[in-house]
Design a protein around this ligand. Sequence first.
Ligand code: AMP
Ligand code: ZN
Length: 478
Amino acid sequence: MALSLYNSLSRRLEVFEPEHPPVVRVYGCGPTIYGRAHIGNFRTFIAYDLLHRVLARKGWDVRFVVNFTDVDDKTIEGAAGADSSLSEYTEPFGNAFLDDVQTLGVVSFHATPRATDYVGDMVEWIRKLEERGLAYQAEDGSVYFRISSFPAYGRLSGSRVDGETGRSRIDADDYDKDDVRDFVLWKASRELDRKVGAVWDSPWGPGRPGWHLECSVLSIGALGNTLDIHMGGEDLLFPHHENEIAQSEGVTGETFARFWLHTKHLRVEGQKMSKSLGNTYTVEQLMEMGHSPAAIRHLLISAQYRKELNFTFEGLEGSARAVERLVALHRRLHEEAEAHDDADPTGLEALAESAVADFDAGLDDDLNSSEAMAALFVFLKETNAALDRSKGMARPEELEAARGALASMDSVLGILELALAESSVDDDLAAWVEDLIRQRAEARAGRDWDRADEIRDALTARGIVLEDTAQGTRWKQG
Ligand code: AMP
Ligand code: ZN
């Protein structure tokens, strides 16, 4: 079936086909690495991952590029505040982002270019814009894009400009320009930039690239003049994406991105996420509170990317229960159900087939992950019921079909795979602890107290607390 995506450019659902199959070129605006990304950011990055997996499921060769914004006002201010250089300051946040996406089971991106590695290309880009009469240097030394010379400006955002989130970025760019709409391409260096080493040479004097330019140059550099899909959070539609189009098409004269996808912002406990409300949780914080990556991923995927999604701890617990039900079904199909050639038919094959068809239809409908998830949970319920009826017995090919359907649906959702990986780590730990407890009991029986203490210390070092009871030794993770 065909994949339909809501294209913010045409403002309607369109059937998606790559321009040059089998290759699909996708770019998503990445993190600004001035702090650890929060779960709101991960709603967007998990939506990237879902798109990535859905495109790959269609058999296409997906090139998914996500940039790191490692030079902009926020990174520079952060570095100055921490008294470090820009690169020293941003590096750990870039690494933390890569750790977090791995923790949440995000498929590796094709490339994650850092803006500061491509400043030479950005300078070259501005030179071309200048040649075409689309850029000018103002008195303060900064270079601006001249919007009045680019008639197509505004095609993406139209009259739907959401100034609220865009404005702070505009104000930050508000140096000394001819027209208030013009945006900065090259910022003449200031004291703060010099302090953190955010200064590069250019034909217009020392300075640094503007934030919007980074994405045009990095995406085109990695993927070519025309992207099949460009994605980002809804706050980026204006002015960031509008400006990306102007800068890119201003140089290449070709369509910059055929499809534009925008994710809706995650809310937390019904509120906008903000530092002052203290509701900007990171993946690390949630895990320290005992929540699992599989549950976080489940929650973030539970609503379609364009629909309202409210993060609550109650919802996260509901997600944890949903994950447990998936793991239980997986175990039942792999370990408990019995294959019998002469068992009565259970109907599992038909259930599997219709579940996968409904699941794919959901995703084809503009990545509707909640429809897809509903198909998965109908399958879960009906499969359990069919196994109950047949007392856990089914023909081998039926069990195989059910296992295949579960694996196939999860290859897109990526929830069960995370949960199983986590529980296998738990299983390994449990086996290790129990082996040591046995050795300790032997040492104590042989009155080898030194060895017994040594074992207890080794367990303590791994955060394992032992409790000796009349029924034997119990353990827990402290
Ligand atoms: P930033 O690190 O602020 O540049 O943002 C990285 C990505 O996360 C961008 O695509 C943003 O639009 C997106 N984003 C930021 N806040 C949220 C949120 N609350 N919900 C969903 N996406 C967000
Ligand atoms: Zn961008």
